[in-house]
Design a binder for this molecule. Structure first.
Ligand code: SF4
Ligand code: SF4
Length: 135
């Protein structure tokens, strides 16, 4: 079994795509989304983005991300933070983070001790240092 699979297997529950908040899109996220959707920047912004000053986020519709439709409808064009989730570096910082994130994401294994989980996660993150490779 791959090390990543020892830590996490998405259950497709959609929990992380629901709620009234969403992730912010950096410039690379915005361009990837534009390329994926093959629309103009203005059109993507009009249909899918919520812009507040310099902050660009995906719109929330009916309490979920605008792209959620029984799964991510923009999977290969999704923001890097979505691609990284839930294996975020914050898991390594504090067991309370691990508890909170694993309670909200049923895909995280509960079978490993926190210490063992972190040992594997450190190796996984070390192999995937850039945003690109999380996609
Ligand atoms: S909360 Fe976790 S298991 Fe559920 S869809 Fe999101 S990543 Fe997958
Ligand atoms: S872009 Fe996809 S993975 Fe990210 S919150 Fe929206 S539906 Fe979920």
């Amino acid at each position: 079994m791959e090390e990543l699979e020892q830590l996490f297997a998405c259950r497709q529950c959609g929990f992380c795509c629901h709620g009234e908040t969403t992730v912010s899109l950096d410039a690379a996220d915005q361009q990837r989304m534009i390329d994926y959707l093959q629309l103009s920047r203005d059109e993507v912004a009009r249909r899918y983005w919520r812009i507040s000053g310099s902050v660009v986020q995906m719109r929330i519709v009916d309490h979920h991300c605008v792209f959620y439709n029984n799964g991510c409808s923009i999977y290969h064009g999704r923001p890097w933070r979505c691609a990284q989730w839930p294996l975020v570096p914050a898991l390594l910082l504090d067991e309370a983070n691990y508890q909170a994130i694993s309670e909200s994401c049923p895909g995280i294994t509960r079978e490993l001790s926190y210490r063992h989980f972190c040992t594997i996660l450190r190796r996984v993150l070390a192999r995937k240092p850039s945003r690109e490779e999380h996609r």
